[in-house]
Design a protein around this ligand. Structure first.
Ligand code: NAD
Length: 273
């Protein structure tokens, strides 16, 4: 399904860990639409995974960046400037929390993990947007990834839910700050997808099954579907949209109660095992 929606556009993908990452679904859709891509990766250990994937999409700009460090974010953009004069888009597909706190009660969250979760999952997007905007012209587009746990309580999502609520609020404030320069800022609220980060969330299989049985489309979404929505928000198709959190969740966010045709989840789980 190739198209030219991103022809002539250059952008940075942050948060690619492997071919299950949401960032991979987005990167593929953008490359397919003609975008030129650069990738950042968290640490040396990930380089050997991210390198071959970037190569598959014709990219040879690979820069290490740990978003916990302001210097590292600055170095990333300085390095990008040595390759490109300007940038058209950034995808921020990064989140982190201590997985021992992604189960049990939110009320037990430690101060230390609260701060780390907010720093990596929320502040980093703001810091990245500031650096990216300085390299962007009118028409620039910034995108982050969020989850429904920001709006409603989801089992085990705990402090990540609080962080995603803050991230969605950041999207609105960034949209206002940068809108005057013709730069847009949006989020995609993706339904549950089996990735490395998701495997840290308690009972994730149960959450996936519940969504599959109860979302209006009666299935889960794929990385590719998130990629298509990202293409809309990052290309000129989305030129009138900013400050938005777009749900790509098979419609799950509109549901208020278990579907009448959804079987009892315990029965399903037992039948599978
Ligand atoms: N998988 C889901 O069900 C789901 C649903 C909605 C939203 N999201 C969000 O999508 C985004 C991408 O996650 P994913 O599910 O693709 O998992 P993933 O594990 O593939 O990606 C998470 C990425 O975050 C990066 N990261 C973590 N700490 C970092 C740091 N300090 N510096 C730089 N990078 C760091 C990791 O290196 C990894 O590449 C996250 O924000 C996640 O919360 C995921």
């Amino acid at each position: 399904m190739s198209n030219n929606l991103m022809a002539g556009k250059r952008g940075l993908i942050m948060g690619l860990a492997n071919d299950k990452s949401i960032a991979w679904g987005i990167a593929k859709a953008l490359a397919d639409a003609g975008a030129e891509l650069a990738f950042s990766f968290q640490g040396e250990a990930l380089k050997k995974r991210v390198g071959p994937l970037a190569e598959q999409l014709g990219s040879d700009i690979l820069v290490e960046c740990d978003v916990a460090s302001g210097d590292s974010i600055q170095t990333l953009f300085e390095t990008l400037r040595t390759h490109w004069d300007s940038i058209d888009f950034v995808v921020h597909a990064i989140g982190f929390s201590d997985k021992s706190e992604l189960r049990g009660r939110y009320v037990d969250t430690s101060r230390e993990n609260f701060k780390t979760t907010m720093d990596i999952s929320v502040y980093s997007f703001t810091a990245v947007c500031k650096e990216a905007a300085a390299m962007m012209n009118e028409g620039g587009s910034l995108l982050t990834l969020t989850y429904y746990g920001a709006e409603q309580v989801m089992p085990h999502y705990n402090v990540m839910g609080v962080a995603k609520a803050a991230l969605e609020a950041s999207v609105m404030y960034i949209a206002e700050d940068l809108g005057k320069d013709g730069i847009r800022c949006n989020a995609i609220s993706a339904g549950p997808i089996k990735t490395l980060a998701a495997s840290g969330i308690g009972d994730f299989r149960y959450i996936m099954k519940w969504n599959e049985l109860n979302s209006p489309l009666r299935r889960n979404v794929t990385q590719e579907e998130v990629g298509k929505a990202a293409l809309y928000l990052l290309s000129d198709l989305g030129s009138g949209t900013t400050g938005e959190t777009l749900h790509v969740d098979a419609g799950y966010h509109v549901v208020g109660m278990k579907a009448v045709d959804a079987p009892d989840i315990d029965v399903v789980t037992k039948r599978k095992e």
